[in-house]
Design a protein around this ligand. Structure first.
Ligand code: HEC
Length: 145
């Protein structure tokens, strides 16, 4: 997906609204909004990294990290400790990516490997806790439901 500057501004506004409305994401609708923001942010990271714009990639990355971290209480409330753990691991993968992007001399191969780790961390949770598809919409799958 190619994010035009205007689209990216909208993503930021949505992200800030998500953060502003509730520091902690607590319900399924907020969670859905949070995931959409995280997805769009990671798309923007991908785009910046593809253009070797390593420093600018850190802005959407920070938004994704902040919003993802704010989703943890949803899983705590749902009694899904493995999802709490996967959230923590995905946040750690985002932090690791930030670290390689912050190096004095950025190692493009290390960045690519780190981006793959991030995607793996996202998908690990999606495989278990996400149902639906792009057409019908995505939903949360919890044992508690
Ligand atoms: C701990 C679990 C978990 C982690 C970690 C996680 N997700 Fe999700 N994600 C979900 C669930 C559950 C849904 C479906 C619920 C929804 O969309 O309302 C979802 C939905 C999504 C969607 C679809 C949103 C929509 O409705 O169109 C995107 C995009 C997405 N995630 C991106 C990401 C990215 C990128 C990461 C990693 C940086 C990530 N997710 C990490 C659980 C997770």
């Amino acid at each position: 997906m190619k994010l035009q500057p205007a689209a990216w501004a909208a993503v930021c506004a949505a992200g800030i609204a998500t953060l502003g409305a509730a520091q902690k994401v607590v319900g399924p609708e907020e969670f859905d909004r949070a995931m959409k923001t995280i997805g769009a942010s990671i798309d923007a990271v991908d785009e910046a990294v593809a253009a070797s714009s390593f420093a600018p990639a850190k802005t959407p990355l920070a938004l994704a990290r902040q919003v993802l971290a704010s989703t943890r209480p949803v899983w705590e409330t749902a009694g899904e400790p493995d999802a709490v753990r996967m959230t923590r691991e995905a946040v750690a993968a985002l932090d690791a990516l930030d670290k390689v992007l912050s190096a004095n001399t950025v190692d493009a191969a290390a960045v690519a490997a780190s981006v793959r780790d991030v995607k793996r961390a996202c998908d690990a949770c999606h495989e278990i806790h996400r149902e639906g598809d792009e057409e019908t919409g995505y939903r949360m799958k919890t044992a508690a439901r």
